[in-house]
Design a protein. Structure first.
Length: 94
């Protein structure tokens, strides 16, 4: 499964999510900051992914309609970090 982890800057929340997914055996994982990449790049990453995990719902506003079905809507880190990521991954079974 190819997983795209998205937060605003791609510095902590998406990286921590990627790290924890790697620890769980998921290796096709990319962390990205939605505000740090060009739209073309973001579109390619969304197309590549089977599942998109957003740190907060607002981070998905640049995701085009054709990729929105890939967003795992139960996953929501908010502003907290490490423990929230773990609980959220457990919630969606990854």
């Amino acid at each position: 499964m190819r997983i795209l982890c998205v937060c605003r800057s791609g510095i902590y929340r998406s990286v921590e999510t990627k790290r924890q997914l790697n620890e769980r055996g998921y290796n096709d994982v990319i962390a990205v900051g939605s505000s740090k990449v060009k739209q073309d790049t973001f579109d390619i990453l969304c197309g590549w992914a089977d599942t998109i995990l957003l740190a907060k719902p607002i981070h998905g506003k640049r995701i085009k309609d054709g990729y929105r079905f890939k967003i795992e809507t139960k996953f929501n880190i908010g502003s907290d970090m490490r423990e929230i990521v773990k609980k959220q991954l457990d919630l969606i079974g990854l």
